[in-house]
Design a binder for this molecule. Structure first.
Ligand code: SF4
Length: 352
């Protein structure tokens, strides 16, 4: 492991100033960064520890009814906050589906957004990887691509973003608060992560020195609380990243869909919200047939990046299943083990 400097910041301004040094990176929970440093994949010169920055560890209900989650709120604390889980159950469910209890107790809200891809050619530290060494090529192309992207990929990079948390955040219209050299600003979560294009090393819209300070969920998103789920397919039941996941949420008007939300994980280098599928469901009967049509719309532009065409139909089926579960109602308690497509009851959707 390369030697590095360590400094601790007490305020956002101190953190931003300290990060101006060459090779500096922010340290939050460290659950991803330190792993990659130990594997010699990342070699920062300086860690700017932001875990003691005041005021970033709160969950606050704002006057307009929205909920502001500080960047240092731990994933486990957020998932188990009763008021938060009641208003945004799919977010709590997604959080509980990620990693392990120990990791959730260390990982932060801000760090979850900024975690790096688990593409094995990135994390092995030696393969050609445009994300790790720009311009070096991509050994994933033509390699083992079972878990790679089917939406939004480019010839430069076919990796996927690994977060569960970000998927319902995208579906529910969350925004990211950022403090930078130019002052504070706010970015919709769906615009926060970048698709690879020909610069896969640029993963977000953050500029050098920018510090994520909070994620805000709008008040209106709590209107989906009665009918929202996060469903994740993975290679084993726990402690694994999504092969494909979906956050699905409904507002109902009788037996019709008044409004729908849908986002996928495991299919692209960002959480993938489908506004087209949501529009296709508006006003339609709340049936499996409608959900299937919406899923077709959501995946209309999908194409395999290698040996992973199975993911496209899997994503359609996960979307239908997630909507079907959402229709039958959000469980009173988020299950200790979140929804598995192999163990959850199908719900009560009418087949049409
Ligand atoms: Fe690197 Fe992306 Fe290629 Fe993986 S898919 S090796 S992260 S460039």
């Amino acid at each position: 492991m390369k030697r590095f400097d360590y400094t601790r910041a007490a305020t956002p301004a101190e953190a931003i100033a300290a990060s101006a040094a060459e090779g500096a990176v922010y340290l939050g929970g460290g659950t991803n960064l330190l792993d990659l440093m130990k594997g010699n994949v990342l070699r920062p010169d300086r860690l700017v520890d932001v875990t003691h920055v005041a005021g970033l560890d709160r969950i606050e209900r704002l006057p307009d009814g929205s909920t502001r989650v500080g960047a240092l709120v731990r994933n486990g604390d957020l998932a188990h906050d009763p008021a938060f889980a009641k208003s945004y159950p799919a977010v709590a469910e997604a959080l509980l589906s990620g990693a392990s209890a120990q990791l959730r107790n260390a990982a932060t809200t801000g760090g979850n957004l900024l975690q790096r891809t688990r593409c094995p050619y990135f994390t092995d530290g030696v393969s050609a990887c445009n994300k790790r060494v720009p311009g070096s090529g991509c050994d994933a192309v033509g390699g083992d691509t079972r878990l790679h992207a089917v939406l939004g990929w480019s010839d430069s990079c076919i990796a996927v973003h690994p977060s569960d948390f970000c998927v319902p955040l995208a579906a529910l219209g969350a925004t990211v608060e950022i403090e930078g050299k130019g002052g504070p600003r706010s970015v919709p979560l769906v615009e926060f992560h970048r698709l690879p294009g020909d610069e896969p090393q640029r993963e977000t819209v953050l500029e050098p020195g920018d510090l994520v300070t909070a994620v805000v969920l709008p008040a209106e998103a709590a209107g989906f609380a009665a009918h929202s789920r996060y469903l994740k397919v993975r290679d084993r039941t726990s402690y694994a990243f999504a092969v494909v996941s979906a956050a699905a949420a409904l507002k109902l008007d009788g037996d019709r869909v008044a409004e729908a939300r849908l986002a996928f994980g495991g299919v692209a280098l960002k959480p993938w919200r489908s506004a087209e599928a949501e529009a296709a469901l508006r006003g339609q009967p709340a049936t499996v047939a409608s959900f299937r049509r919406a899923a077709e719309v959501a995946l209309a532009d999908a194409k395999p990046s290698g040996d992973n065409s199975y993911k496209i139909e899997l994503a359609r089926r996960i979307a239908v299943r997630a909507f079907t579960l959402a229709l039958s109602g959000t469980p009173e308690r988020v299950p200790a083990l979140p929804a598995s497509p192999f163990s959850s009851p199908l719900g009560v959707a009418a087949h049409a």
